[in-house]
Design a protein around this ligand. Structure first.
Ligand code: 5GP
Ligand code: MG
Length: 192
């Protein structure tokens, strides 16, 4: 699709199959939570996608979850502009305010240092939700700066900078249907 792509790490068919299974698993777990609480599912389930990287993943994931749920997006920036090194997670804008007593699922594209999920989970737990789980498409094999383990993770990947399926470099490549690694020259002058 783009000549700057070095290689495809996870192709479209593998992503589709895995997201299908994750959606089914998460829906089963949330349904069991709701059944235990004895309450109706109405208004109980809130997915919190982290912008912008999770948009493609969450769009596919929710369509595999036959549940009554709401979305409450949050925006976090950690890789401003042409950066390939996290500058630390910073909340941009508001966090949904009505999560007390709800079953919350935080959704992000990738777990790397753990700072993003750690930050959002802390902010949500302050509101005392009934449950708060985390879900990522990718988990990178690196030491975590924060001790976060995702409750649901699609794929383990090696320590490489990846793009596609929502993940960007300098705002581009989010529309790739697969997870890929860029050629060195595409990011030249950025890597020291
Ligand atoms: P963490 O806060 O866990 O270090 O990183 C999570 C965020 O950093 C993700 O939401 C994502 O935006 C970004 N990120 C981490 N690793 C990568 C990567 O390999 N490629 C891209 N495009 N973004 C990444
Ligand atoms: Mg992100």
């Amino acid at each position: 699709m783009f000549p700057e792509i070095e290689r495809v790490l996870i192709d479209e068919a593998r992503i589709r199959a895995r997201v299908h299974d994750m959606g089914a698993q998460i829906a089963r777990d949330l349904t069991a939570d709701i059944a235990r609480s004895g309450m109706s599912a109405d208004g109980q389930i809130v997915l919190v996608p982290i912008l912008t990287g999770s948009i493609v993943f969450v769009a596919d994931l929710v369509r595999q979850m036959p549940l009554k749920l709401r979305l409450g997006v949050v925006a976090v920036s950690s890789y401003p502009g042409q950066s390939m090194q996290s500058k630390g997670a910073a909340l941009r804008g508001e966090i949904p305010r009505d999560l007390g007593g709800k079953h919350v699922l935080i959704v992000d594209d990738i777990l790397d240092s753990g700072r993003t999920l750690g930050l959002i989970r802390r902010l949500i737990e302050e509101q005392s939700p009934a449950s708060c789980r985390t879900c990522v498409l990718l988990t990178k094999a690196v030491p975590r700066a924060e001790p976060v383990v995702a409750d649901y993770s699609g794929f383990d990947i090696p320590d490489a900078f990846v793009v596609g399926y929502g993940l960007d470099y300098d705002g581009y490549y989010r529309n790739l249907p697969h997870i890929a690694i860029l050629k060195g020259h595409a990011v030249k002058g950025v890597h020291p």
